[in-house]
Design a protein around this ligand. Structure first.
Ligand code: NAD
Length: 487
């Protein structure tokens, strides 16, 4: 094995070195496909957080604080290259930890993460202030300065990719970042730490602290030495973080949950829409913040369309996510599986009609692993729990609508506003619906497309702030106005 294939140590990355936790604790991370322990990882406590914050502050005062944009761009580019060089081992680690297929991790998500580092390697050049010619007696201009030490708290559904959404723009802006991965999936973040070191980041600039949410996560949120919290996760935890961050007036950006509508009009290309509706909810086992989990179908085609989607769901091959033949792996944990199956029972008891799946797939892998059949409910009405709450698993709720206004009203009838899909051949209708939907992203005749240059984030209780694009840089910069007296 070459050194690049050897996994990063299961320790904390603090100040450029791999350390055992001062907390003295560690935790096991497991493979959801067979319930086996992959490895044990050091668990950060509040003393470890304190040490990392001190190292990050020191790094900001040291050489990192004096780097040019071009130097930062070079390191970011190298990080993108290293992701490509290590693609095979990185994607295997991600698949083992999350249960996502090797195709999804290796062909889609890790390459996308590399593209994000490459994008911000160039975008560093876009960081700049303005010169304001408003006064003859002064030279006035703005400076954009790094916000400082950033705590990046990320969830388990796209561990490496969502960490890259925060780490790349934060480094581009000149910040120091402490990543707290989800305790279910700590491994790929440790690899990102190693990539940062190998690409030339000075000690303390990118640190990785696996640990619990209410312990290490909350210690970061409360720490006076952390200037900004960039959080992706559930709306409930996001609200808690917002409250706690108020104590030190930290900058906060929140990428939270969703219950995104996917609206299919009768004039759509129905084959493309059925495939799109299927992928919208079942990509990554439904563990996608933007999942099209509410399928709204025009009444005249409702029955036929739902049957098409259900048929696709019935054909899905579940299995070991490393196998080429597998289309869907296990959900991430036993706890998540129980939560998803609980929603299935709720759907049935509230009167929705089960038309596909709806059970644990015990026939897969000898009953080991957290496999749930892709599930489709029909006859869902807006007040039902499965129409309102984020399930974050392979469960689709289908509802019908009467006309364009009804589609918009139903699409917006949610506390969330992360994403939406619209399927129609009518361009005017597509534009009208795209404008009327209260969502941070609207896909027309497509779903789940992402690009490093396109900002992503939520309306309403899906959070605030934007990731990706030049907009993400704003979240890691402060604006300073400078007056130079000319009299
Ligand atoms: P979660 O909120 O339980 O955990 C997310 C992260 O926060 C984890 O690292 C966790 O350890 C940490 N955390 C938990 N409690 C904390 C606390 N009190 N203080 C500080 N940190 C804490 O979410 P999850 O179950 O890991 O992920 C699923 C959720 O994430 C879903 O709601 C999903 O929609 C959302 N999500 C949103 C986006 C987006 O871009 N909007 C992307 C992916 C996932």
């Amino acid at each position: 094995m070459t050194s690049m294939e050897r996994p990063a140590p299961g320790r904390l990355l603090i100040d450029g070195g791999w350390r055992e936790a001062l907390s003295g604790k560690s935790f096991d991370t497991t493979n959801p496909a067979d319930e086996s322990v992959i490895t044990s990882v050091a668990e950060a406590g509040s003393d470890d957080v304190d040490l990392a914050v001190q190292a990050a502050r020191k790094a900001m005062l040291g050489p990192w604080g004096k780097t040019t944009a071009a130097e930062r761009g070079k390191i970011l580019w190298r990080m993108g290259d290293l992701i490509h060089e290590r693609l095979a081992s990185l994607s295997l680690i991600e698949t083992l930890d999350t249960g996502k297929t090797l195709f999804d991790s290796g062909k889609i998500e890790l390459p996308m993460a590399a593209a994000i580092f490459h994008y911000y390697a160039g975008a560093v050049a876009a960081v700049g202030g303005r010169t304001l010619a408003s006064r003859p007696d002064a030279f006035t201009f703005t400076l954009r300065e790094p916000v400082g030490v950033v705590a990046a708290i990320v969830p388990w559904n796209f561990p490496f990719l969502l960490a890259s959404w925060k780490v790349a723009p934060a480094l581009a802006a000149g910040c120091a970042v402490i990543v707290k991965p989800a305790s279910q999936t700590p491994l790929s973040a440790l690899e990102m730490g190693r990539i940062g070191l190998d690409a030339g980041l000075p000690p303390g600039v990118l640190q990785i602290l696996p640990g619990g949410g209410s312990s290490a996560g909350m210690a970061l949120v409360r720490h006076p030495g952390v200037d900004k919290v960039a959080f992706t996760g559930s709306t409930e935890v996001g609200k808690n973080i917002l409250r706690e961050a108020a104590g030190t007036m930290k900058r906060v950006t929140l990428e939270l949950g969703g219950k995104s509508p996917n609206i299919v009009f009768a004039d759509a290309d129905l084959e493309a829409a059925a495939k799109g509706a299927f992928n919208a909810i079942f990509y990554n086992k439904g563990e996608v913040c933007a999942a099209g989990s509410r399928l709204l179908v025009e009444r005249s085609i409702h029955e036929e369309f739902v049957a098409r989607v259900a048929e696709r769901a019935e054909q899905v091959v579940l299995g070991d996510p490393r196998e080429k033949s597998t289309r869907m792996g296990p959900v991430v944990s036993a706890q998540q599986m129980e939560a998803v199956l609980g929603y299935v029972e709720r759907g049935k008891s509230e009167g929705a009609r089960l038309v596909a799946g709806g059970r644990r797939a015990l026939e897969v892998n000898g009953g080991k692993g957290y496999f749930v059949r892709p599930t489709v409910f029909d006859g869902v009405t807006p007040e039902m729990t499965i129409a309102r709450e984020e399930i974050f698993g392979p469960v689709l709720a289908t509802l019908e609508f009467a006309d364009l206004d009804d589609a918009i009203a139903r699409g917006n009838a949610t506390i969330y506003g992360l994403a939406a899909g619209v399927w129609t051949r009518d361009v005017t209708k597509a534009h009208r619906v795209a404008r009327a939907l209260k969502a941070g992203t609207v896909w027309v005749n497509a779903y789940n497309l992402y690009d490093p240059a396109l900002p992503f984030g939520g309306f309403k209780q899906s959070g605030f702030g934007r990731e990706l694009g030049l907009e993400a840089l704003d979240g890691y910069l402060e604006t300073k106005s400078v007056w130079l007296n000319l009299v």
